[in-house]
Design a protein around this ligand. Sequence first.
Ligand code: WT7
Length: 645
Amino acid sequence: MAEQQLYAVPEHWAANAKVDRDAYEALYAAAAADPDAFWLEEAKRLDWIKAPTVAGDWSFDEDDFHIQWFKDGVLNVSANCIDRHLPERGDQVAIIWEPDVPEEEPRRFTYRQVHEEVGRFANVLKAQGVRKGDRVTVYLPMIPEAAFALLACARIGAIHSVVFGGFSPDALAGRIQDCDSKLVITADAGRRGGKRIALKANVDAAAARAPSLERVIVIKVTGDDVPMHDRDIWYHEAAAEVSSECAPEPMNAEDPLFILYTSGSTGKPKGVLHTTGGYLLWASYTHDLVFDHRPENVFWCAADIGWVTGHTYVVYGPLANGATTLMYEGLPNWPDASRIWQVVDRHQVHTVFTAPTALRSLMKEGDAPVKATSRASLRLLGTVGEPINPEAWRWYHQVVGEGRSPIVDTWWQTETGGALIAPLPGATDLKPGSATKPLPGVHPQLVDEAGEVLDGAVSGNLCITASWPGQMRTVWGDHERFFQTYFTTYRGKYFTGDGCRRDEHGYYWITGRVDDVLNVSGHRMGTAEVESALVLHPKVAEAAVVGMPHDVKGQGIYAYVTLNSGEEPSEDLTATLRAWVRKEIGPIATPDAIQFAPGLPKTRSGKIMRRILRKIAEGEVDSLGDTSTLADPAVVDDLVANRQR
Ligand code: WT7
């Protein structure tokens, strides 16, 4: 089988990597044999104010459900990411910032400069009354201040909640309200791919629906004229009035570090909560192992800070490890399809870490834009966010990497804090499309629908049987939902929501979500969220949303819409509804196809049979399966006849 082709660890990697094959096996065995000893030893990679004496204390069982790591340890995340590096690498560049517009100058911040910027930002927050445990919403473009803002929150013990700049005012308002956040940090506007994103205007619109909001700190980025209200202050004005000296707040390892909202199969987005010690350790550990971190290398994770990938591999992992991390304001393919590789050349990037969807969109432009650049500095390639199709994998490996750089395909989730299943470049032979093997300390298990454990080469639902330090601790404000969502499908195990195959070499192949969660361009979108947005439109009676194959996005959004009686389908209405969803949630939720349906396939008890809707959206109309249990089997004929292409 072509996909089973093995790419052996390149010789220079096998010889020089921090972790080679034997070391991986030894680490895996050590973590399995005595997790407490293993994690207490790994915990030494962080600087503790008070070192922990216990590692994991957890149970996934209902009557004793709890998850804690290093619970008697005390530390500060920003001190770990900045202060402790000052003696040795105060003058090393910590953050390289590449602007949206290629003609503009990049900016560089040494660890010493980051220390100053973060101290000042922390004092601005304090001056606004922000205290330990308060929630701070961050709604920013990819500018250095975004990293400073996160680290400033961590410095004073405030809990940040980053909301992706592409989310609508409504989505922002919901996320401000859910965690009762009083302060938002934003910018006048953002720049991305030559376009403006009116962030401040969005915050103003959100404020009307977010009564908890008291203060907005505005960073001047574009200089666009924005109205300033009583609650608004300019960052540069506030910053001019405070010192840059701010002592880091001692935090318990289990104190919250951040909330990040993510979509689930039902209801509104959940506030995933990560804590101080376990999360930072996981960020540091995985960044070190998976990317074979060396301080002299430039590391570029091309994700936006609005997603967990940006948290863990733009900010926390690299900075905890004393790396030079690159932050890019723009898009990989703007102004043209060479840009991403031009940035690699400009900053002599060693490791680039991006999403399969970006690779597929670049691949469509052919090899010439890649070959117009040198890429001589590249040694390691990474992917994340969705299964990578072997064709895109090979293109990345051969055309971008010229065959010399391993690809680390990292499988993980917002909930897991960092990578769980991923190759190590010096240890793991690669198979295109497989995230390969679990990291030391990670215990995956495949189960069937009934929860029976499946051994050997087999497909099943992916669970993790033991806690790891980077695991989320709760859903903000709804601990019961946390337990219900992840620990009740298969009792005593964490259920990932992913389907997975394990092959005869013990390699894991993630096959995608088995729940009602879509993965659009590597971003999670709950079908229920898009449905709720659609039914808010006055002409819509009912909506059902499923995924459909999409050659660049991986999955596209296919919406079946039933209109109120008297309303007529039209192309105008299709455009209106697409724009409506964009406005309600954000551009990433825009339906790719809308099919007007006089009726939806429902069981006699009124449950929509999504299986049938999925098949029709996928074009597999010959394998709809049993439709005899439908209340009205005739609706299926209409759906098939009017399928959108
Ligand atoms: C879902 C998590 C991981 C950070 C970015 C997305 C899918 C993620 C891979 C991969 C196959 C992947 C899974 C997972 N996924 N990485 N390497 N191979 N699938 O985080 O938004 O929380 O989404 O993304 O389906 O459950 P997220």
